[in-house]
Design a protein around this ligand. Structure first.
Ligand code: ZN
Length: 197
């Protein structure tokens, strides 16, 4: 997901950075470079279903490090392996101030019946924001990068982020989840770029 999704939350460090034009320009250059390494709409990898991770090895941990760096530099709050063209079931996310988290082979084991609809963006669909209905709370189980068990109960923004990232592992994008009107509008934003690629 893109950072613009939580514009109601203010990060004092980030605002301070904004006062230094050179730091801001450098961050923007890093963001654009990171986005260039993230698969964009039209890339077939975004429509594919990722496979369960079997080996919790150095290769996996290197991938997690790379994805975490890309998420930060792209100024996103979540990034799934399919978005870097790797069809393995893992994603990184950072919905709050507690630092980046990774989950491998994630599964929603509980979800609230109650839902909420809010706008979402995506690092793979630049310039698009569409309303998506999500469960208010989910309990997520999976593994960390070393194969240890993790279990998180997430609500509000965290719940929305993990449902978005989990969708990526099944080849599902926010434009597949939104209503017809917003999908049509989003596609008119995305199509010219898809043709240029
Ligand atoms: Zn996304």
């Amino acid at each position: 997901m893109s950072e613009h999704d939580h514009d109601h939350e203010h990060d004092p460090d980030h605002e301070q950075e904004g006062e230094d034009p050179r730091a801001e320009a450098e961050a923007e250059a890093r963001r654009r470079f990171a986005l260039g390494q993230i698969r964009q709409y039209g890339d077939p990898a975004l429509k594919l279903v990722a496979h369960e991770v079997v080996d919790f090895d150095d290769d996996l941990r290197r991938l997690v490090d790379r994805m975490t760096t890309l998420m930060h530099e792209a100024q996103g709050v979540g990034l799934a392996a399919t978005q870097v063209g790797v069809l393995r079931r893992l994603f990184v996310f950072e919905p709050d101030e507690d630092g980046p988290r990774v989950i491998v082979n994630p599964a929603v084991v509980e979800r609230a019946d109650e839902t909420a609809t809010d706008e979402e963006g995506c690092l793979s669909l630049q310039g698009v924001r569409v309303p998506v209905e999500r469960s208010l709370t989910v309990t997520l189980e999976g593994k960390d990068a070393n194969g240890g068990d993790v279990r998180w109960e997430l609500d509000e923004y965290g719940s929305r982020v993990v449902q978005h990232e989990l969708d990526h592992l099944d080849g599902v994008l926010i434009i597949d989840r939104t209503d017809d009107e917003h999908r049509k509008e989003a596609l008119s934003t995305l199509r010219p770029r898809a043709v240029l690629r």
